[in-house]
Design a protein around this ligand. Structure first.
Ligand code: NAD
Length: 257
């Protein structure tokens, strides 16, 4: 338990697939801090697992949301509005690329694969922020998840690096657009964490080893360290921060060799 009190605060977290998801670590810590949560799942295949996990949190709602479906997004916010009235944070922890586009040379990324990766991993932030803003009547905080492949070449990240570059630019544009409503938009750039999505990246284990060797802190990060940063960003402790990419990567990003 950390000394941050989010009692009376409500928010939405997208991106729980299982108990290894970064979104689940965030949900756990935000719930422990007293926040009431709406968790979403993508597709019926994940419904049971997310519902079971949400059952361990106090008063959590569980709702479907496929980020490629505008109607599902609208329904999500209608239902959250009815249940919560307002919200003070929204966590976007979702990404997707076709496996074949993460395993072949980048230049061979197909048109459709490029569109899918960018739509789910980057574009989706826009409608989600637009809808969130209507419920953030007292201001609010939006947190999304990125990776350093937005800036540098990581073998195997391919189109996902392109999507993260777009996502980070969106963070700056949205922060500028919504600042007058005291809605803050930030991203956490995390070091490698073992999750379902990470398993789709070729050579992920080697990359993790390399991170630990190179990072100033000489180790990999723990998922709880990402969650603690989300807690900070969703709380008033970070009231002066918007449009930022906050690195939770044991310092890896500062190193040249
Ligand atoms: P994860 O597989 O647990 O989570 C990815 C989530 O995206 C899943 O819940 C999945 O259902 C959701 N998703 C995919 N397509 C969707 C769609 N159409 N609509 C709604 N949701 C959809 O993996 P994770 O590692 O926890 O990933 C969460 C975020 O963190 C991603 O943005 C990822 O790129 C980012 N990230 C991960 C790492 C890492 O090493 N794991 C590092 C930096 C950033």
């Amino acid at each position: 338990m950390y000394p941050v009190d989010l009692s009376g605060k409500k928010g939405i977290i997208l991106g729980v697939a299982n108990d290894h998801s970064i979104a689940w670590a965030m949900a756990s810590i935000l719930s422990q801090a007293g926040a009431r949560l709406a968790l979403t799942y993508q597709g019926d295949r994940l419904k049971e697992r997310v519902t079971r996990l949400a059952g361990t949190l106090d008063g959590a709602l569980v709702l479907p949301c496929d980020a490629t479906d505008d109607q599902q997004i609208a329904d999500l916010f209608d239902q959250v509005g009815d249940a919560f009235g307002d919200i003070s944070f929204m966590v976007h922890s979702i990404a997707y690329a076709n496996r074949e586009d993460l395993t072949r040379p980048f230049s061979e990324t197909g048109r459709e694969g490029f569109r899918i990766a960018l739509e789910i991993s980057a574009y989706s932030l826009l409608p989600l922020v637009r809808h969130s803003a209507k419920l953030m009547t007292q201001g609010g905080s939006v947190v999304t998840m990125t990776f350093q492949a937005s800036q540098r070449v990581f073998p195997g990240y391919n189109v996902m690096g392109t999507a993260k570059a777009a996502l980070e630019h969106e963070v700056r544009q949205l922060a500028a657009e919504y600042g007058d409503r005291n809605i803050r938009v930030n991203a956490i750039s995390a070091g490698p964490v073992d999750t379902l999505s990470a398993r789709g990246i070729q050579g992920f284990t080697d990359m993790k080893r390399q991170h630990a060797k190179t990072a100033p802190l000489q180790r990999n990060i723990k998922v709880e360290e990402v969650a603690k940063t989300a807690l900070f960003l969703c709380s008033d402790l970070s009231s002066g921060i918007t449009g930022s990419i906050i690195h939770v990567d044991a310092g890896y990003h500062i190193m040249a060799v």
